[in-house]
Design a protein around this ligand. Structure first.
Ligand code: SAM
Ligand code: SF4
Ligand code: SF4
Length: 375
């Protein structure tokens, strides 16, 4: 590992004083972000992912393995979690800083009571152009209508296999596929469309599920997104050998249903898009391990307890809850967010990729868990 890359990884606050890269203007169509300062790599703040809880009703092996997150695991006490009013206020201040896309996530967001109330508050923020939710789908059929009525426009449902044995083993609680499909159908029926389906692919576990998922998605008007197994957090026992490169996944589908590349819907889109040549829709692949996209990363993340993370692989976040509960004004909080973004220099995946041979060194850092800050 080079001294520069080590410094960048060990510099989650991004506040090295050694000059760093010279910011260049970003090119995101995030029109609200125009005129906002970029970070140290010229990336403008465009999206905010909001984790509303660190709790979950699943124990996915790649996220919250049950051996680690058992009965005795200490989740955040209620008082530590931001209230809906606190979340909405912070979201509004992020929007003042250029954010126009919000995604509600977790943990499992639908286990948080009265979530439509939060959605209603977020939808009312002037300047929010896109409001979406990522869920495991277990509780979706009961809540889809209320979420849509509250102003939610899009939903992404995670589903790693259509085979109950494979899915049950991956979700860690033997949750049946049929109930997730029921949630997807309910979302489609109320107009949360097009529904995206996220599948994390882990070697030896669910490669054989990829084609059936692609077929199902084609037949039911869903957009399948295949995600490389990532080395997030400390608990999922990640190994490079377990990653199935996205290029292989595309080849696998292309052999059965020929594909052609589809241009990104906007610069900096995380998923690489492919279209079925026969007009059967599209898929996306998220190749964060084999083809990192840090150069276009415009995302901030707000954890359930109110920390701002500027990278999925960060080791620490900035405590916005302390500002909110300490009586800071809107202007002060807005300024704190802007300054933190300006100092941002994160590009973990690119460094990991450049330094794979020395991966042991990067993986020794205490990274925050994915369920704490959302995917
Ligand atoms: N509980 C919700 C769900 O599963 O959709 C939302 C939170 S979850 C952390 C968000 C996304 O992160 C999910 O699509 C999940 O599959 C993905 N994810 C979690 N751990 C991952 C890992 N190690 N590698 C790649 N994706 C992961
Ligand atoms: Fe829960 Fe989502 Fe993590 Fe699975 S991926 S354990 S559903 S938070
Ligand atoms: Fe963004 Fe960090 Fe992921 Fe790079 S590693 S794409 S900076 S979240």
């Amino acid at each position: 590992m080079t001294a520069a890359s080590r410094a960048a990884i060990h510099d989650p606050a991004g506040d090295r004083q050694d000059g760093g890269p010279v910011p260049v203007a970003g090119t995101h169509p995030a029109d609200r972000a125009e005129g906002q300062p970029g970070d140290r790599l010229g990336r403008r703040l465009h999206d905010l992912r909001i984790s509303v809880t660190d709790r979950c009703n699943f124990r996915c092996t790649y996220c919250m393995p049950r051996e680690v997150f058992g009965r005795d695991y200490a989740f955040l006490p209620r008082a530590e979690i931001l209230t809906f009013e606190e979340i909405a206020r912070l979201a509004r201040l992020f929007v003042s800083n250029g954010v126009s896309k919000l995604r509600v996530t977790g943990g499992e967001p639908l286990v948080r009571k009265d979530l439509p109330d939060l959605v209603r508050q977020l939808a009312a923020i002037d300047g929010v152009r896109d409001l979406a939710l990522t869920t495991n789908g277990a509780l979706l059929s009961a809540q889809a209508g209320a979420l849509h009525e509250a102003g939610l426009r899009r939903v992404t449902v995670s589903l790693d296999s259509l085979d109950d044995a494979v899915f049950g083993a991956m979700n860690g609680v033997n949750f049946p596929v049929a109930r997730v499909l029921q949630g997807i159908r309910a979302a489609q029926q109320v107009g949360l469309a097009p529904v995206k389906v996220n599948a994390v692919v882990k070697r030896g576990l669910n490669e054989s599920s990829v084609l059936p998922l692609a077929r199902y998605a084609r037949d039911h008007g869903l957009i399948l997104r295949l995600i490389e197994f990532m080395d997030v957090g400390q608990s999922n026992g990640w190994r490079l050998e377990d990653v199935v490169p996205a290029a292989q996944l595309v080849e696998m589908i292309d052999a059965e249903f020929p594909l052609e590349p589809e241009p990104p819907s906007y610069p900096g889109e995380v998923a690489t898009r492919w279209r079925y040549r026969d007009g059967g829709g599209e898929i996306g692949v998220i190749a964060s391990v084999t083809q990192p996209f840090c150069g276009a990363c415009t995302r901030a993340r707000l954890s359930a307890k109110g920390e701002l993370f500027t990278c999925l692989f960060a080791t620490s976040g900035m405590d916005l809850r302390a500002l909110v509960r300490g009586g800071a004004s809107d202007g002060e909080i807005e300024q704190a967010i802007a300054e933190r973004w300006r100092r941002r220099g994160d590009r973990y995946s690119e460094l990991r990729s450049a330094e794979t041979a020395e991966l042991a060194e990067t993986s020794g850092l205490r990274r925050v868990e994915m369920f704490a800050i959302g995917g």
